[in-house]
Design a protein around this ligand. Sequence first.
Ligand code: HEC
Ligand code: HEC
Length: 258
Amino acid sequence: MKRHHVRQCGLLVTSLLVATSSAWIGCSNETAGPIVEQKTAVEHGEVIYNDSSIAGTELNTYSCATCHGETTPDGPIKMGGSLAGATKRTSYWAGQEVDLLRAVNACLYYFMLKDKAWTADDEEARALYAYLEFISQDAPGDALPFTVVTDIVDLPPGDKTRGQKAYQRACATCHGAAHTGAMRLVERAPILPEQTLSEHPLGEYTADERRLVFVEKVRYGAFISYTGQMPPFSLEHLSDDDMADILEYLDLYNVTSK
Ligand code: HEC
Ligand code: HEC
């Protein structure tokens, strides 16, 4: 998990979506009809949406709902955005994907570590589609803006108090509490900041480079020069000011790490 040299690269998702399957064509026709007739499929789809076991591996502890949904001012930041409207959108992943099933399979593959992509005929895929169609009924179908930060620079000093709240909303779900990891969702997510700092020791890294590891990982997630299971945070979901506040809260220059 060490920081690699930042490679020159254009878009976030260049290698993404390779392992995904054929189009979800036909779903909308097959599930057409009054919503009441779809009730069972919609309900099944909602269960699937909230179920981490659909990935078929114990390595995964996320469900779709971990990362998707409405972000409320005090609730967790849903960095994947809301999927209400998703069945009406004409493109996904910042315009890099036009097929909804492939957009979903990307999440199953990269974040949830599912080794086999869903096909349009899979019962789970069909039920999830029914659920997405149901929550999309009254929602606009505009593509979501998703601005990936590729140019990683250090940020000006932030505000520690705001940073505590931003950490709580954006990072704590997976990493648990700062300094202890209490309540973390993902075993492999390091305790912030101590574990990450100790994996990037002073001497090998300057203090400023160690700050950049945090910024870079948050912006790239599992992509570009990183692998793993962490989703990227776009500017729409985490501003540079929020990021600066989080760095301040984590107190990187003063924390002692072994
Ligand atoms: C670990 C976090 C995470 C998990 C788990 C996850 N996603 Fe995502 N998903 C993302 C991120 C980040 C994006 C990129 C956001 C964007 O494109 O606006 C995304 C994008 C998408 C998109 C494209 C949205 C768009 O309009 O661009 C769809 C559809 C989607 N996910 C569906 C799902 C479904 C269904 C599941 C569960 C089977 C799931 N995701 C699980 C993080 C996640
Ligand atoms: C959806 C779960 C999730 C969320 C939310 C999340 N992370 Fe992570 N993070 C992980 C996982 C899992 C890893 C382990 C490496 C990997 O799988 O990508 C990780 C690794 C890291 C690392 C280590 C990078 C390295 O190369 O050593 C840092 C730093 C980090 N996260 C910071 C953050 C910060 C700051 C936030 C909040 C803005 C955050 N993460 C939000 C799941 C998450």
